[in-house]
Design a protein around this ligand. Sequence first.
Ligand code: SAM
Length: 363
Amino acid sequence: MANIIPLIDVRAASTLDALVRDAARAPAAGLPIDALGRRLHDLRISVTDRCNFRCVYCMPKDVFGRDYPFLAHADLLTFEEITRVARAFVDQGGAKIRLTGGEPLLRRNVERLIEMLASIGDLDLTLTTNGALLARKARSLRDAGLKRVTVSLDSLDDPTFRAMNDVDFPVARVLEGIEAAAAAGLAPVKINMVVKRGANEASVVPMARHFRGTGHVVRFIEYMDVGATNGWRMDDVVPAAEIVRMIDAELPLEGAAPNYAGEVAERWRYRDGGGEIGVIASVTQAFCRDCTRVRLSTDGKLYTCLFANAGHDLRALLRGGAADHEIGSAIAAVWRQRGDRYSEIRTANTARDPKIEMSYIGG
Ligand code: SAM
């Protein structure tokens, strides 16, 4: 696989103070557009950096062990602070919010946060979860105002799944969570499967087969070099084209148009009308030019790329007495100077660069 493309983008964050000062001095008209012409549409919020799984490709046990310095409670944004950022994001044209983590269902009273976010107005409000606590919480999440849910599930083969989550968690309980979510109306349920060479590619076709005809949409995700702890190698990536070929050979597929410009997953439909799948080819077919996402870390830093190594400290503004319009100006100013396109310039070497862990920045 070709992988010789230089990393030219050093993600040194400009100081937020300077950006906000400039924004206040000459408020820019209209909604913010970044340096590559992309608008701001999605906010991913990591509500906790903790997780009850230790997926080998995300939070490997030897790094995220007992002594790992997870954030102290006082460092986490409060629900009120998160809601202020979310409101400012909507004022800047944002329309979709996804709660993530870590494992978002571990954040105590996350339903309360969902209620607060849902009250902002007409937002597409979703959440990504490993599903471990979903059977218990699906109804209360829906009642709080959550619209949809994405559940991560890397295999239907129990030994494979238990080995990948590395806490011996069984497939059956995640499946119960998926069914509870659908029954509660958090539909269509999306199911994320990260495909890692040598770990679970044999689970691709069984996964497609199992969910075909259920209305749930499986999205097969190329294994990415997020964070700095998973020992990523290009050889571990199963390209999306290979995933599509594997499924198509047994369950014929045809391409489907995107639901909207900038949709992360490439859509494929079963020719027999059994529904659809998606593939997320963030390594082999980078989609940076359509990326409209910004991320809020658990402790309130704003990141303009999943592969960033520096963020912009909104918590300092929130706790320093900034007015709502100043939070909005800060978000807009950060967005306007954004030029990130890491996945288009990834190499085997950049994969070793220091990057923020996904559990902290939000998957
Ligand atoms: N705990 C929740 C969960 O399991 O869905 C939310 C956080 S998790 C970081 C979000 C998503 O990122 C999951 O679907 C996970 O499989 C995916 N993910 C984590 N590390 C990844 C990697 N290296 N490459 C691709 N996807 C990854």
